[in-house]
Design a protein around this ligand. Sequence first.
Ligand SMILES: [Fe+2]
Ligand SMILES: [Fe+2]
Length: 191
Amino acid sequence: MANVFEVLEKDHDEVKSMMAELETGSPPAREGESRRTPGRKQLVDQLIMEESKHEAVEEQYFWPVVRELVPGGHELADEAVRQEQKAKFTLEDLIGYQPGETRYEQMLTGLIQEAREHIAFEEERVWPELRLVLSPERSVELGTKIERAKKMAPTRPHPHTPPNPGLLKATSPLVGAADRLRDLVTGRARH
Ligand SMILES: [Fe+2]
Ligand SMILES: [Fe+2]
């Protein structure tokens, strides 16, 4: 079974590769385009969905453990959650993304840069500290919880919901279900 670092790293790697693909500039969506070569809008949608789910489950399960176990964990978690909140507002704006529009492309460029910095903050500043204090058993337990929660997590960023772990845990499955239904209706879930 995967531990929490392996679970989160898999997500980070996925996001990093989507961002790299967006930077190289995949072509705009076309009618009948194959699923294996998603267009730019589809790729942005995927990035929004992936990041929304990832940050939601970190806020529910990961940051509370950092706060509990890591010396100086509150400061690290506060900074990371601040970065995540900021990103959620940009992700929300990007939902209306249309490839090629200057405003959106600029937003996307900014998001990619900040997402890289955020991932580096987590992997380089937080993970090494947590590795020192998290037992292997608890690491696997946390990884399992995160993997499970991600299946039901919101696929939209919800920047106006306070990043309170208890509140998010209580509302996440409902909000996630509503998001998935909306994804289905709008065709967003097809990609
Ligand atoms: Fe994060
Ligand atoms: Fe992360």
